[in-house]
Design a protein around this ligand. Structure first.
Ligand SMILES: *Cc1c(COP(=O)(O)O)cnc(C)c1O
Length: 459
């Protein structure tokens, strides 16, 4: 499979790159996003996955089919096995809704899948070429911790994380600053925007570019997007088994889920990377009936689906803050898939926007009905699904809602809605006793440049 910029002209082979080139470059040279040139049909492979298939096994086999001959079967399998010591869990909420829990990784949110895969793929390629690279990231908290955890301990990579002093939560700061080893945290006396500006300047600086192999790991990287498609495929393969079990216990008269029957996925969305990954899986032949794009009040895409106008605006602050995006960058990829035609996108994607009061109500009601605690992002998805089912009647198959974060990551909001404190998983708790190690730095590019050169270029 080859990749090309979303802004490049269609047809011709100009500007095509390999997967390896795409992940180290991050952004295409023309400012667009890397995107597949064509769509291989993998449906025969998907049908061969049995319901008990292990996630890392499915990931390795799918990856090899996608990228051969660029990578060998052995490499694909090694990357997948290293990247995914954790798996998604499919759990019935009731006969009509299944939760696809994506929060069993080290930082308890779905971004662990993309970050861990990217780290393992980069490490594999760098070691093969006997090179090293420095990953530079600015973070406002959450993404940085997923990236830091994912790259921690990788032989061929050093990680430098810039975060705004005093503006990340105490738990997030510990997650960023207690890893040590190849992960270095810079505590910048400035805002998140200042951190981002410093990183951008570093990527443009000729001296740094000449002396260091600098690379990024942000969410638009193709190496974070592609692996997210694997859990849609896995959920579809697993659903056959899960549906059989849940139907026979909850509703013995409903038809048993069978292979090849299309499913509906609901995706709580902000920057639309997760949804785009699902649409990729569908383009490769996964039987999908439709996607439900669930947003909070930042409803740019649901409004596009209604009006046909893409109208980005400043983001609004909501309870599901990882989805507070006013100009979703992956829209460029989605739009390319549907050739810029809103009618084509409408045939596959429905939009729903959910307010903060409805989010809190969903957390409370779902807990009352099933005893399950939802984080606010997942609650947006479940609420949107309830509305969708009301509008279109019972779906032939349950809707699979992506549960994007563990409720304990948003414990205060969950407590406000239900009066209950979710239990904190061990992987979040383990940083609490450790001590912070960060290098304090003024918001000055000269200081960052000197630090990077001194540390990684020997002067
Ligand atoms: C990042 C994030 C989202 C949004 O995902 P996108 O790929 O940006 O649409 C949803 N929920 C949680 C918990 C997140 O961290």
């Amino acid at each position: 499979m080859r990749f090309r910029s979303t802004r490049g002209a269609a047809g011709g082979t100009g500007g095509e790159v390999s997967f390896r080139e795409a992940i180290f470059a991050g952004l295409a040279p023309d400012g667009g996003l890397f995107h597949p040139v064509d769509w291989p049909d993998l449906s025969d492979l998907f049908l061969r996955f049995d319901p008990g298939v292990e996630f890392s096994d499915l990931a390795g086999r799918t990856l090899h089919r996608l990228l051969a001959p660029e990578i060998s079967g052995e490499q694909a399998e090694r990357i997948a096995r290293r990247a995914f010591p954790f798996s998604p869990v499919l759990r019935p909420l009731d006969p009509q809704v299944l939760l696809l829990e994506l929060f069993h990784g080290p930082t308890c949110a779905f971004k662990d899948f993309g970050a861990s895969f990217l780290a393992c793929a980069m490490d594999e390629f760098l070691r093969q070429e006997a090179r090293r690279a420095v990953i530079l990231v600015a973070t406002s908290g959450d993404t940085g911790s997923a990236v830091a955890r994912a790259f921690h301990g990788k032989q061929a990579i050093d990680v430098v994380i810039l975060y705004p002093s005093g503006r990340v939560s105490p738990l997030q700061e510990l997650q960023l600053t207690t890893l040590g080893g190849n992960v270095c945290a810079l505590e910048v006396q400035g805002s998140f925007d200042d951190c981002q500006k410093l990183v951008k300047e570093a990527f443009l600086d000729p001296q740094l570019r000449a002396k260091l192999s600098l690379t990024s790991a942000n969410s638009i990287n193709l190496g974070r997007l592609v692996p997210q498609s694997f859990y849609y495929i896995h959920a579809w393969a697993r659903a056959r088994e899960t549906l059989r079990v849940s139907r026979s216990s909850a509703d013995g008269t409903a038809p048993v889920g069978s292979p090849g029957v299309p499913v509906t996925f609901c995706v709580p969305s902000g920057n639309f990377g997760n949804l785009t990954a699902g649409v990729y899986a569908w383009k490769w032949g996964l039987p999908v009936e439709s996607f439900l794009a669930a947003t909070n009040r930042n409803d740019i895409v649901p409004r596009y689906l209604e009006s046909g106008r893409f109208d980005p605006r400043a983001s609004l602050h909501t309870l599901s803050n990882a989805m507070d995006v006013g100009n979703p960058s992956n829209f460029e990829r989605l739009s390319r898939i549907f050739e810029g035609e809103v009618s084509r996108m409408r045939a596959v994607i429905h939009g729903e926007s959910v307010s903060d009061p409805d989010t809190l109500q969903a957390i409370r009601e779902e807990h009352e009905q099933s005893g399950v605690l939802l984080d606010p992002h997942t609650a947006v998805g479940v609420r949107a699904t309830r509305r969708f089912l009301e509008r279109y009647g019972r779906a032939a198959q349950p809707v699979i809602v992506l549960a994007t974060a563990h409720p304990a990551k948003f414990g205060e909001i969950v407590r406000e809605a239900t009066g209950i404190d979710p239990e904190v998983p061990a992987s979040l708790r383990e940083v609490l006793g450790r001590s912070k190690q960060a290098v304090r730095m003024e918001n000055r590019f000269a200081d960052l440049s000197a630090f990077l050169l001194q540390r990684f270029a020997g002067g």
